[in-house]
Design a protein around this ligand. Structure first.
Ligand SMILES: *[C@@H]1O[C@H](CO)[C@@H](O)[C@H](O)[C@H]1NC(C)=O
Ligand SMILES: *[C@@H]1O[C@H](CO)[C@@H](O)[C@H](O)[C@H]1NC(C)=O
Ligand SMILES: *[C@@H]1O[C@H](CO)[C@@H](O)[C@H](O)[C@H]1NC(C)=O
Ligand SMILES: *[C@@H]1O[C@H](CO)[C@@H](O)[C@H](O)[C@H]1NC(C)=O
Length: 207
């Protein structure tokens, strides 16, 4: 779904944005998740100076996702980990530092992650959990998704960053590319297919 101008209620307008990704897109998840003392930089000015306060964005101001939301007449996207904020117009599942591949698969486990385990797999799980707990029926989820913009990425850059941090050579890092790309491709297929079918067991249990 891309990209109708409008003020929310318009026919054909985007009702919500669901976003997966890394620091390019994170609007506050890492800052919520990080323990005190970790990633202090983004928790303080000048990060967020355009907003007048730090927001957890890895930026002094708006991100591309913020401009997209503005352009569609939607409020800025709240981070999933800020549990008590409004998710009426979408959720941001992106986490700074996130990788496309699951940490257990990265480079055949020949190096460990410097931080975060917020891979696409985890973000997709959050997405599914959110849809299941927010909507009662498949039909409602289908309806919401049909009027939503679902963004997967930018993501994958950190997979290579972390390999380089672990002193892997360029040729070693190049070997990761097919698996990273395939992981992203696979993730983009999930929202349209598995999000719906995985709702049924929950509904059956509830009934
Ligand atoms: C939720 O709201 C309460 C009360 O306004 C606030 O103290 C708390 O920090 C919020 N929690 C999160 C995760 O934002
Ligand atoms: C990578 O190499 C640098 C320079 O030799 C070294 O200081 C650093 O500890 C190495 N890092 C890892 C994760 O092996
Ligand atoms: C991981 O191992 C498989 C099987 O041995 C190999 O084909 C693949 O190239 C390896 N991936 C990397 C990034 O080294
Ligand atoms: C992508 O999905 C295909 C089909 O389900 C699967 O065979 C493949 O292993 C997946 N690739 C990755 C990197 O997860």
């Amino acid at each position: 779904v891309c990209c109708s101008h409008g003020q929310g209620g318009d026919e054909g307008a985007v009702a919500a944005i669901y976003s997966l990704g890394d620091s390019i897109t994170d609007t506050g998840n890492l800052a919520k998740e990080a323990p005190p003392g970790a990633f202090e930089t983004i928790k303080h000015l000048p990060y967020g100076v355009t907003f007048g306060r730090p927001t957890g964005r890895c930026s002094d101001g708006l991100l591309i996702i913020d401009f997209l939301a503005q352009d569609m007449g939607l409020p800025f996207l709240n981070p999933y980990l800020a549990k008590n904020m409004s998710f009426d117009h979408g959720v941001n599942f992106a986490v700074a530092g996130a990788t496309a591949m699951d940490p257990t698969d990265l480079f055949n486990r020949t190096f460990s992650m410097p931080f975060t385990a917020n891979s696409l797999k985890l973000q997709l799980q959050w997405f599914k959990d959110f849809m299941k707990s927010t909507f009662d029926t498949d039909q409602e989820i289908r309806k919401r998704l049909q009027s939503s913009l679902v963004l997967v990425g930018e993501i994958g850059g950190n997979d290579y960053n972390f390999a380089f941090y672990a002193n892997k050579s360029v040729s070693e890092v190049e070997k990761m590319i097919p698996a990273v790309v395939e992981t992203i491709i696979n993730a983009t297929k999930v929202p349209s297919k598995q999000l719906l079918s995985q709702v049924h067991p929950t509904i059956n249990l509830r009934n």
